[in-house]
Design a protein around this ligand. Structure first.
Ligand SMILES: Cc1ncc(COP(=O)(O)O)c(C=O)c1O
Length: 192
């Protein structure tokens, strides 16, 4: 990537992990053009589907590390996480455990910007001014020494982050079962 002063960068994040094959990849451009000429768009609302969607779902299921039977497509990580929460809440209602609605995130974990995903996110900047987190969401500390040490060093940060995020969990924990836990493999980015 080159900035507006002509300085070159290695784009290590690959456009938020969406361009791992590079920018302007010729094969991807050709595949997209071919598909757009054939069927440029069709929605998946109301039990609709179409051949490319079914084919992609089958290929993803084939790649999945554990046996799975369904794929739910979303347009972003935030939407995918909100959908995952809704599926969990739906299941809880369906099996007669409607009290199982809590979502647990981690301090500094990032899960997106929609209302539920931002609530599961453990950074005050994603909560302040938006009246988040929602009541079903709470945040635990991070299980790494590095973050724990940084929190201890930055006392003001603990005071800012800790009461706001952890206190609701402590007060709610005794009352209702908590589930599921959102664990971020690299605690600041990545993985639902
Ligand atoms: C772990 C994780 N979940 C969710 C998201 C949100 O994804 P999006 O920006 O596509 O809404 C991100 C984005 O960085 C992420 O790293």
């Amino acid at each position: 990537m080159t900035d507006d002063n002509g300085k070159d960068y290695i784009e290590g994040m690959s456009g938020l992990w969406c361009t791992a094959l590079g920018f302007g990849n010729e094969r991807l451009a050709e595949a997209a053009a071919r598909q757009i000429r054939d069927l440029s768009f069709y929605h998946g609302f109301n039990q609709k589907s179409h051949a490319p969607q079914i084919e992609l779902a089958e290929r993803l299921l084939g790649l999945a590390p554990v046996p799975m039977s369904k794929v739910f497509f979303a347009n972003s990580g935030s939407e995918a996480n909100d959908t995952a929460f809704k599926l969990v809440w739906y299941r809880s209602n369906a099996i007669g455990t409607p009290e199982k609605k809590k979502i647990i995130g981690r301090v500094k974990g990032y899960h997106g910007v929609t209302i539920a995903a931002a609530s599961a996110t453990g950074t005050p900047i994603n909560h302040q001014a938006f009246d988040l987190p929602i009541d079903r969401s709470c945040t635990l500390t991070v299980p790494t020494m590095l973050v724990a040490q940084n929190l201890v060093k930055a006392k003001s940060n603990i005071q800012r982050v800790w009461p706001k995020i952890s206190t609701p969990l402590l007060s709610r924990k005794a009352r209702t079962p908590l589930w599921p836990l959102l664990q971020n493999p690299s605690w600041a980015l990545a993985g639902f």
